[in-house]
Design a protein around this ligand. Sequence first.
Ligand code: KIV
Length: 273
Amino acid sequence: MSAAGIQKRLTPARILAMKGGKPIVCLTAYTTPMARLLDEHCDLLLVGDSLGMVLYGMENTIGVTLEMMIAHGKAVMRGVSKACVVVDMPFGSYQESKEVAFRNAVRTLQETGCDAVKLEGGEEMAETIAFLTKRGVPVMGHIGLMPQQVQTAGGYRSVGHSEHETSKIRRDAHAIGGSGAFAVVIEGTVEPLAREVTAAMHIPSIGIGASSACDGQVLVSDDILGLFNDFTPRFVKRYDELGKRVAEAAAAYAAEVRSRKFPAAEHTFKRRP
Ligand code: KIV
């Protein structure tokens, strides 16, 4: 990548400076072609560990490995020239200790060339995030509903309903806001609480199922495109039904192959005279 290319891409520092301004636009991307299509429309591209479900058919994100994240991070980096790219640290790659988190975060930055890593967790991860950011690793936090904790949390459900959850999320936002993270994803959290913690933090909140009160929004690209149909959370808006169109195109191709309509003369090599 050229020096000019590096200067043109949005940096974590510029994302931080967008706090309270125009809403920050973020989508997930896992591959080069998708990154190329989304890049000019997004401020942030997230190589989310949701790829475990979306691309690999896993039931949740627990089985996603660092090697998978690095491979997809590299692929996305080949397709971007403008957006800031954040790669998710998968389950088990950062919880053991801040030293392990640092080693794996550095590996992710060095091997992919991405701009930052994201890790899930509130007050319990604040010390780790501070350890990373003080040593040069830009970090995005992730609080509220945390998919990597789905097995201990008892499933995917919105949070912030009870007094207990509310005070935990307040403490989490306070801790991550002060940890050196440049932004924080707030997932599946009731509106008044997402609004309150967004106003209280000096870093941008990127909401997913956390209302329009957040400083930005993120969704899974395959969800908005209608490519992932296994499960559609209430907070997803579908902007297209590409899944149906893929199936229709495959059916048309199959019919033409079976009827020998494809390949036609224009798809066939003739011997040169
Ligand atoms: O893995 C992911 O895609 C995410 C977003 C949905 C926030 O963490």
